[in-house]
Design a protein around this ligand. Structure first.
Ligand code: SF4
Length: 298
């Protein structure tokens, strides 16, 4: 369901953001904005005040999906940290999805560390039982100083704890990290520490995006004042190389194929690590072309 073409689109407030892997999912906007909304690089929800939407509105959107989305097997719950909704909302929503859309095979949502921390282990297991199949978790960096500078609201150890709790509840864990977020100054340290934290979280999927500065965000302001320098394309590749080299997953897919990235990589770790590093080395040596700036997008 595309928000732009959705006939009941007036129920959707502002931009509808979902992961690339949820492009064909039924999008249900159960919350508006992000309850944290303080990350220095993120401008996605700046114009939205966090709110949980009324059930009456969601019922209409679910009724629409019941009639018109019978071939879509996945539901994605928005906005930015929808997992933060209290359990009573989640239990109602997942129950309605089961009742009205019985063909749906998986429900996914976004989460940050606070949203997971507010759920008990029992809550997470209950969400899994009710159909929550995947959580997309924003780590961005595993470096303590970078996390502090970008106001992510959690330490590396807190991220490890919360990520592992999602996995232990049997919910697939997809973790997003950001190349370039440590700037030139902390580039390789950010890569190494992020690899360490990813290894400890051991997610099912990693999505490495390349930071794009959004006008009006504190990080973009710092860039314009000359206080933050973004690595150049070669620097970004070196950072990606260092991150993959320091990431040990037991059985996970490491994607760096987002439209924001200079070199598309899709590696099944651990077995594809050497091939991924070799491809990056070839790109660094100029033997593999990079995505041009004009083709990069968020
Ligand atoms: S937690 Fe996610 S959605 Fe919220 S401000 Fe940070 S990056 Fe943006």
């Amino acid at each position: 369901m595309d928000c732009a073409s959705e006939p009941t689109g007036f129920h959707y407030v502002g931009n509808c953001i979902r992961p690339p892997s949820e492009a064909d999912s039924i999008l249900i906007q159960a919350t508006i904005g992000c309850s944290h909304n303080k990350c220095a690089f993120c401008g996605t929800y700046k114009d939205k005040r966090f709110a949980i939407k009324d059930r009456a509105i969601l019922e209409q959107d679910l009724a629409f999906a019941q009639s018109y989305c019978r071939h879509q097997r996945r539901v994605f719950i928005m906005d930015g940290d929808a997992l933060v909704m209290p359990m009573r909302h989640w239990e109602w929503l997942l129950g309605e999805i089961r009742r009205r859309l019985p063909w749906v095979e998986r429900v996914g949502t976004y989460a940050n560390s606070k949203a997971v921390a507010l759920k008990s282990d029992q809550d997470l297991r209950r969400l899994k039982e009710l159909g929550l199949g995947i959580v997309y978790y924003g780590l961005e960096s595993g470096h303590p100083e970078v996390l502090k500078r970008v106001n992510k609201g959690a330490t590396p150890e807190k991220h490890i704890t919360q990520g592992r709790r999602v996995k232990e509840a049997g919910i697939l864990l997809s973790v997003t990290v950001l190349l370039g977020i440590g700037g030139v100054e902390l580039s390789l340290e950010h890569a190494r520490e992020t690899g360490r934290v990813l290894s400890a979280m051991d997610p099912d999927y990693v999505g490495a995006l390349t930071l794009m500065l959004i006008p009006g965000t504190p990080l973009c302001d710092a860039y314009e004042r000359g206080e933050f320098q973004l690595p150049d394309p070669a620097g970004m590749l070196l950072e990606l190389r260092e991150m993959i080299a320091h990431t040990e997953l037991s059985d996970g897919l490491f994607f760096a194929n987002h439209a924001s990235n200079y070199l598309p990589i899709k590696a099944h770790l651990p077995q594809d690590k050497a091939a991924a590093l070799a491809l990056i080395d070839q790109a660094l040596a100029g033997r593999v072309g990079l995505r041009p700036e004009w083709l990069r997008a968020l």
